[in-house]
Design a protein around this ligand. Structure first.
Ligand SMILES: [Zn+2]
Length: 218
């Protein structure tokens, strides 16, 4: 029996039927949680603390090697919230370099900054899976991003069957599911996804297990 796989959550919880990746931002979250959890470790664009940045990057670089750190992130770019874009770009670039050096996949937070994301990936060429989490934009943009080699992860957006996220999910088998900062159980997201795809939760578990395998997460 395959577990439920939750690629992105901010809630530390251990459930026997779920494997999840807990997202921790250096300088913002309790890094003791690395012990006993599978985590994504990074510096979130909302939580860049410039006076502490050098220390935070050092901590990230040191801890990112740990086997419990499955992904680098969430990191990325946000034009609506967070530090100045110039600072965000610098911090994001260093995290892509780190992911490249360690060959670990990246989990991305991107708000209105897809052009910058694509340009930066071209510049760094990390050659690791890059997963845009919480995708909730149009169907067309989603397909373009996938065609460029990005993976998408869907959360509560798919509870609305008319969303772009729901449309992409119906048309593709290449995606991940997540609960992010919501209180939903990942099982609720799987149920919604199974309905949209006209399949069973068990078949969906097998499918997403395969996607985790290809991304080197399992
Ligand atoms: Zn998040």
């Amino acid at each position: 029996m395959f577990p439920f796989l939750n690629i992105h959550t901010h809630h530390p919880q251990l459930l026997p039927e779920v494997e999840s990746i807990l997202s921790l931002s250096v300088g913002h979250d309790d890094l003791n949680l690395i012990q006993g959890h599978q985590v994504a470790l990074g510096i979130h664009p909302w939580f860049i603390d410039e006076p502490q940045l050098a220390q935070h990057m050092l901590t990230l670089t040191e801890k990112a090697r740990l086997p419990q750190v499955k992904m680098i992130g969430e990191c990325g770019l946000d034009h609506v919230k967070g530090a100045e874009m110039e600072v965000q770009l610098r911090v994001f670039e260093r995290q892509l370099e780190l992911a490249k050096a360690l060959q670990k996949p990246v989990i991305l937070h991107v708000v209105k900054a897809y052009d910058e994301l694509i340009a930066l990936r071209k510049k760094i060429e990390p050659n690791v899976p890059m997963v845009i989490h919480g995708y909730n934009k149009s169907e067309q943009l989603g397909h373009q991003l996938m065609a460029q080699g990005f993976s998408l992860s869907f959360g509560k957006a798919i509870l609305n069957g008319n969303s772009g996220a729901a449309a992409i999910l119906r048309a593709s088998d290449q995606f991940f599911l997540e609960t992010d900062d919501s209180d939903l159980h990942i099982e609720d997201i799987y149920r919604a996804a199974a309905n949209l795809k006209n399949t069973t939760v068990d078949e969906l578990k097998a499918l997403i297990f395969g996607n985790w395998k290809s991304a080197n997460l399992i």
